[in-house]
Write a protein that binds this ligand. Structure first.
Ligand code: NAD
Length: 333
């Protein structure tokens, strides 16, 4: 019997020795590459004969998927899978799985951190401290006005795994929380026990708006000029979801012209942003480098979960989180 081959297109771990050992015990051969920016032909020249692909940032477009010869499973190393053309995979009978159950606590914690950094104007405060130290006298002017969060309204857009964790954490903050999530089942809405509103109402009522939606054709640029203009001039926007959910150019203008008070952003339309990206020069933008997902704990968690999915593949079982179950129905499994 031929050995199962797992190819890793690109990875962020320091090395994959641990995975290699784990998979060797299953009789699986691991081939690891760093092909994040490789064009389709180069990617295919390395991975086309693998049975399973583990993909972090590499683009699995129709061309790449079309050229795979033996692949039965693509595992996206992460929570989103917008870099994988799922329809193309489904057409070829390839299962697509992902790891939506890791780093949830980290992203929720990071969201709260960005929110508080905005509201308490932490980074502008550091600049005030440095300038005041240089001058030998305090000048708090750049920090005025700062408003208390308690008693204000926080709007959560998308209340799934992460949004609901943010909601739970906010319960101790003395804020009013409202949610926009038209796809949440009625039973789940009742469990959460918060008011559900449409996006328009959420934007106009909230003092902080935090985004936790997946990136798809409906959510692409869901926050653009009209939505930013609908927010309060004292409000903050927090985005730890996916960069393209927010129109970056409109956001930069909103921050520069004071349509909103500030933003806490972890994800970008282009990653990493270009050096000339205007957000990088705006003092009311609190920015982090797409790092919400990271902690030592979560970085291990995803490795363990991916090896578990490969083990399941070897045993003929579906992965833990299958994006396109219709592939199995077609196979009659
Ligand atoms: P999830 O699927 O559990 O929840 C998403 C929620 O959004 C669902 O409840 C869904 O009904 C809702 N939704 C979908 N379309 C909507 C719309 N148009 N308007 C309002 N609500 C809508 O996803 P999750 O695990 O909570 O992840 C949320 C986001 O966080 C994703 O974009 C994911 O890629 C991102 N993420 C980012 C990082 C990071 O490091 N920054 C890490 C993990 C996840």
């Amino acid at each position: 019997m031929e050995r199962t081959i797992v190819a890793v297109t690109d990875y962020i771990e320091p090395d994959l020795t641990w995975e290699e050992e784990q998979l060797a015990r299953l009789g699986v051969k691991l081939m690891a590459y760093q092909l994040k920016f490789a064009p389709p032909e180069e990617l295919l020249s390395k991975v086309k004969d693998a049975d399973v692909l583990v993909v972090n940032m590499a683009r699995m477009n129709g061309e790449v998927i079309g050229g795979l010869r033996r692949c039965r499973l693509i595992i996206r190393h992460g929570v989103g899978y917008d870099n994988v053309d799922v329809a193309a995979a489904t057409r070829k009978g390839i299962m697509v799985s992902y790891v939506p159950d890791y780093c949830l606590e980290e992203v929720a914690e990071h969201t709260i951190a960005l929110m508080m950094a905005c509201v308490r104007r932490l980074f502008q405060g550091r600049k005030v401290l440095e300038d005041s130290a240089r001058r030998g006298s305090w000048d708090f002017e750049p920090l005025v006005p700062t408003f208390r969060l308690m008693g204000k309204t926080v709007g959560i857009v998308g209340c799934g795994r992460i949004g609901s964790r943010v909601l739970r954490r906010l319960s101790g903050f003395g804020v009013r929380t409202i949610v926009c999530d038209p796809y949440l089942p009625e039973e789940r809405r009742r469990e959460l026990g918060v008011p559900f509103v449409d996006l328009e109402a959420l934007l106009s009522e909230s003092d902080v708006v935090t985004l936790h939606v997946p990136l798809n054709s409906e959510t692409y640029h869901m926050i653009s000029e009209p939505q930013l203009r609908a927010m309060k001039p004292t409000a903050y926007l927090v985005n730890t979801s996916r960069g393209p959910v927010v129109d970056t150019k409109a956001l930069a203008r909103a921050l520069r012209e004071g349509w909103i008070a500030g933003a806490g952003i972890d994800v970008y339309e282009r990653e990493p942003p270009e050096p000339g990206e205007e957000l990088l020069s705006l003092p009311n933008a609190v920015l982090s480098p797409h790092i919400s997902w990271y902690s030592e704990e979560s970085a291990w968690d995803i490795r363990v979960k991916i090896v578990e999915d490969i083990r399941r593949f070897c045993e003929g079982k579906p992965p833990r989180f299958l994006v396109n179950p219709e592939v199995l129905q077609r196979r009659g499994t």
